[in-house]
Design a protein around this ligand. Structure first.
Ligand SMILES: *Cc1c(COP(=O)(O)O)cnc(C)c1O
Length: 422
């Protein structure tokens, strides 16, 4: 499609956008009395207006019923989290029984590693991507040490090629082949937080499993952003946070996926708690652990309802819209943003280098050669919220749920002004 760098063109695209009306379903922060242009939905998604209702309902039930709310509330708390599994299964391409919602992301990855990282003298290595998100690096290192191993001998990073900003699938496959029988686990971020690259999760999973390893994915930047088929790809396990593209609010509950083949396995080690036992007999308070027949077996504690309720609110929006429609708009919106960046690039002396490869979701990461943090502050003061990484990479993630084509056009104008004037 032929794009134009004009307000009229941008507004025409918004007028034709079937998701345009969802913009009004979210709260926007304001700068100088105007809605911000929000590019950080990859960090913390905006608050859906309906979330307050869901939270208020829990607050009200707690006030009116206190402990009785566990069973008497309209959405009883004891199995509240089960309401999230079916809509979430659609978002990640899984079966409902393979999904649970609990804890937070790093906690869940640790818990899943208890089950899926079981190093032996021969098979003990972990493949991950170079410069993984720091929490993931700390997690892998501390897991290695927990097993009495030296992280430097266990953790094998797949690097980018010299001078390049993205990974090649082949380099993951080659590394898997090279580590071979020593490979215990592949655990990688499905969409890289820094360059926005979407990895070929299907092929990497297939190769890791063929090498005899378990394969798990950290889907923090993937969920609610890209098409996922976890069950079809035969991924062993995955976890994600819900506050980025899934708009569930700061630090709120995380989701996990465990492939169905492990749900009735009694030989798999797992850290267990009472919320993982069969709910039919849970309150008999018996000493034997009888696992739930689904991914809820990994649950430990009774669910933090005030953290889960906003996630349920957000999932109701995903249910209405569906990933295919979000992805369709995402592709056009990101392509328009790329076009706008290239137009601005022609008019200023700063050179823009988009380091996100063509395998991308919502995010464009851009090197602004010759610019510094003062540009970021200029954007902020003019109502554009972006994410700046030293030395001069700006991450732009226009979430299709609430960002408009007009936002992209207005951003271009402000960016150009910032480069020329600040
Ligand atoms: C955002 C993010 C995290 C954050 O972890 P929390 O446990 O939710 O604080 C971890 N890993 C990746 C890859 C992320 O993008």
């Amino acid at each position: 499609m032929e794009f134009k760098n004009t307000l009229t063109f941008a507004r025409e695209q918004d007028a034709q956008d079937p998701l345009a009306r969802y913009r009004d379903a979210f709260h926007f922060p304001k700068v100088n009395g105007k809605d911000v242009i929000y590019f950080t939905g990859n960090s913390l998604g905006l608050q859906p207006k309906r979330t307050k209702e869901y939270v208020d309902e829990v607050m009200e039930d707690w006030a009116q019923m206190a402990v009785e709310g566990h069973f008497q509330a309209e959405k009883p708390w004891w199995d509240y989290h089960e309401r999230l599994a079916a809509p979430l299964a659609k978002v990640v391409g899984a079966k409902t029984k393979e999904i649970s919602v609990m804890n937070t992301l790093t906690v869940n990855l640790h818990l899943l590693m208890v089950s899926f990282y079981r190093p032996t003298a021969k098979r003990f290595k972990i493949i991950c991507e170079e410069k993984a998100f720091p929490s993931d690096q700390y997690m892998l290192q501390s897991q290695a040490r927990f097993h009495g191993l030296n992280p430097e001998e266990c953790i094998v990073e797949v690097k980018k090629r010299p001078g390049e900003h993205h990974w090649h699938t082949q380099d993951f496959l080659d590394k898997i082949a090279e580590v071979g029988e020593e490979l215990a686990l592949v655990l990688i971020g499905g969409v890289n937080y820094y360059n926005g690259q979407v990895l070929d999760m299907a092929r990497i999973t297939e190769a890791g499993k063929a090498a005899g390893a378990f394969v798990g994915w950290d889907l923090a930047h993937a969920v609610g952003n890209v098409a996922l088929e976890l069950n079809q790809w035969k991924v062993d396990f995955a976890a994600w946070c819900s506050y980025k593209y899934m708009n569930s609010g700061p630090g709120n509950a995380s989701g996990i996926y465990v492939n169905e083949q492990y749900l009735d396995r009694t030989d798999l080690p797992r850290f267990e708690g009472w919320w993982g036992t069969r709910k039919e007999t849970r309150f008999l308070m018996r000493p034997e652990f009888e696992p739930m027949p689904n991914a809820d077996a990994w649950q430990l504690s009774n669910a933090p309802i005030l953290s889960v309720a906003p996630y349920l609110a957000s999932l109701s929006l995903f249910e209405e819209v569906g990933m295919p429609a979000l992805i369709k708009k995402r592709d056009k919106l990101v392509a328009y943003l790329e076009f706008i960046l290239r137009e601005v690039d022609k008019e200023v002396s700063t050179s823009f280098e988009i380091i996100t490869p063509k395998e991308r979701g919502c995010q464009l990461s851009v090197f602004l050669h010759g610019e510094g943090k003062s540009l970021f502050h200029f954007l902020m003061q003019n109502g554009v919220i972006t994410d700046w990484r030293e030395p001069n990479v700006i991450r732009l993630a226009p979430a299709p749920f609430y960002c408009s084509f007009e936002d992209m056009f207005r951003f271009g104008t402000i960016l150009k002004q910032g480069i020329l004037e600040h």
